[in-house]
Design a protein around this ligand. Structure first.
Ligand SMILES: Cc1ncc(COP(=O)(O)O)c(C=O)c1O
Length: 408
């Protein structure tokens, strides 16, 4: 075989539902030199990262760590560690990622119960409470922002409902954290997980996770430390967590004072995750969410001004992504391809019932910016016209610019 040249990706503006273009400082952090797993610099950086993510999550949870792997690694670690075989788990499904939670819970041998609402809608808290009363689950697993539909499930009232009925409350905030409100403690979350590649502005490959004391108790009650690193006095539960890699007991002991030698923390991903949180908190959590709100509102105004029909309940849309119906007669995939080839801009296709029906356009992390939004709208207008759609000249850019100027 001929040996390929060094990696040299084309310039891209990633305006899909994630991954998105990373903050330049995150990419720089990832190229910092490696240190040993137990180098004092490394363990200090791990501690700093935990403290940064406590602020990102809005929690004082000691058990705030990173799981090495993409967002679904975080989901799997939380679910496989919290669910005992035979536990009843309730999953309200309002898009693809609700199905993913149900699937992972099923593999963890839960008795899974789902309730569903139409794609493009969210659940009223009363519908979730009614299902909790009926199913009597030990765990509620609920996506916050489902990128497949763009909806943002309100979580503010759910923690109190779970506490009232003695249910653990887990949420997948992969797509929403950093660009939409999330208050782990104030909202009564027992477990939450995310990824870097959406509003946090990093690459995929590290999954921030936080656990309440109550969740830690469940994990600890299922403790099993592998032979070779087990010490006298280490308990070994009979219903231990059935995954070694995702056993949160051992992962917490690696991040905690015991520094148990579990996996080798992915050093460059730790640097990336640390930088994502640092960038967010330097800007200010509320300021970053407001930036996402404004950029999302500008993109929404822009696509509407181009005459595109927005999918779903706009009142419950995430700040950071909008889905638009592909106009009649426009070949969706060919138009997306032209946007990529001629303008270097990526927007997203969609899954399941929406496949071929909508494009998803993101404004998140580093790309929740005026120039990124206006450039995307200008390019989209040109492409739509090229494929025969009647679009008003300049209207998208103008409407979005008005929102950025506070006139929208
Ligand atoms: C809400 C949600 N959960 C989970 C995932 C899976 O993330 P990953 O591909 O990083 O494993 C995604 C990815 O888009 C997502 O949007």
């Amino acid at each position: 075989m001929t040996i390929p040249g060094p990696i040299d990706p084309p310039a891209r503006l990633l305006m899909g539902p994630g991954p998105i273009s990373a903050y330049p400082s995150v990419l720089r952090a990832m190229s910092a030199p490696l240190v040993g797993q137990y180098d004092p610099f490394m363990t200090h950086a791990m501690g700093e990262t935990q403290e940064l993510y406590r602020q990102v999550w809005g929690t004082t949870n000691d058990a705030t760590v990173l799981i090495d792997g993409t967002s679904r690694a975080g989901i799997e670690a939380a679910l496989v560690s919290l669910i005992r075989p035979g536990d009843r788990v309730l999953v309200p499904v309002f898009g693809r990622f609700g199905h993913l939670l149900a699937e992972i819970a099923e593999r963890a041998l839960a008795e899974v119960h789902t309730i569903e609402t139409a794609w493009g809608q969210v659940f009223a808290p009363s519908a979730i409470e009614e299902a909790i009363v009926r199913v009597r689950p030990t765990l509620l697993a609920l996506v916050q922002g489902d990128t497949s539909t763009t909806m943002n499930q309100p979580l503010g009232d759910i923690g109190a409902i779970c506490a009232k009925h003695g249910v653990l409350f887990y949420s997948d905030a992969t797509a929403s954290l950093g660009g939409n409100d999330f208050e782990a403690d104030a909202w009564g979350l027992d477990a939450a997980t995310a990824g870097l590649q959406k509003c946090l502005g990093g690459p995929s490959g590290s999954a921030p996770l936080t656990l309440s004391e109550r969740a830690v108790e469940v994990v600890r009650s299922r403790s099993k430390i592998e032979a070779g690193i087990r010490e006298d006095g280490d308990a070994s539960a009979s219903d231990f967590v059935r995954s070694n890699y995702f056993d949160l007991g051992m992962i917490l002991d690696y991040w905690g004072p015991r520094r148990l030698n579990h996996h080798t923390e992915a050093t460059s991903m730790l640097y990336a995750a640390r930088e994502c949180a640092r960038v967010l908190l330097l800007e200010g959590r509320d300021a970053a969410i407001e930036r996402h709100r404004v950029a999302g509102a500008a993109m929404l105004a822009g696509v509407e001004a181009l005459g595109l029909v927005v999918f779903g309940d706009v009142a419950h849309k995430m700040n950071n992504v909008v889905a638009v119906e592909i106009p009649e007669g426009v070949p969706g995939d060919a138009a997306r391809q032209a946007l990529l080839e001629d303008f270097g801009i990526e927007i997203g296709t969609s899954f399941g019932p929406l496949h071929g029906r909508v494009w998803r356009i993101g404004t998140m992390g580093y790309n929740a910016r005026k120039d990124a939004v206006l450039t995307t709208l200008a390019a989209l207008e040109a492409i739509l016209r090229r494929f025969g759609a009647a679009v008003p000249a300049g209207a998208g850019v103008e409407a979005a610019a008005d929102v950025f100027a506070g006139r929208g």
